[in-house]
Ligand binder design. Sequence first.
Ligand code: HEM
Length: 116
Amino acid sequence: SAQDAAKGEAVFKQCQTCHRADKNMVGPALGGVIGRKTGTAAGFSYSPLNHAAGEAGLVWSQENVVEYLADPNAFLKKFLTDKGQADKATGSTKMTFKLANEQQRKDVAAYLATLK
Ligand code: HEM
């Protein structure tokens, strides 16, 4: 069903172990992440895998965040492989968290789009 940013705000509590909108913690700041090139939060030290996906052209959208959150490692490796950069689809993302529930992924993606 539809994406619900208000429900996504509740889902985002799980993300706040590692993320804030406005500052880097264990994970990068997520304010403005929708529409942002992957791996470019100022001052955050990304994994080579996450960084390479941005260099290969990955820009976060609500749609691809829904897919990413199901399995971040697999998503980044598939993106690079599909771009003909399988040589860079190695190692692991530092984001070990996965969100299995698709409705929750849609809702939290809608919430991310409200974060400035
Ligand atoms: C990266 C979203 C939960 C740790 C990212 C990125 C997004 C994201 C979109 C890529 C950012 C970028 O390229 O600038 C979320 C959401 C979560 C969540 C929506 C909850 C549903 C978590 C949790 C942790 C975590 C719980 C820690 C246990 C990280 C780390 C990175 C990252 C360390 C950097 C990955 C790397 O450099 O390879 N997250 N995250 N995240 N996240 Fe999360």
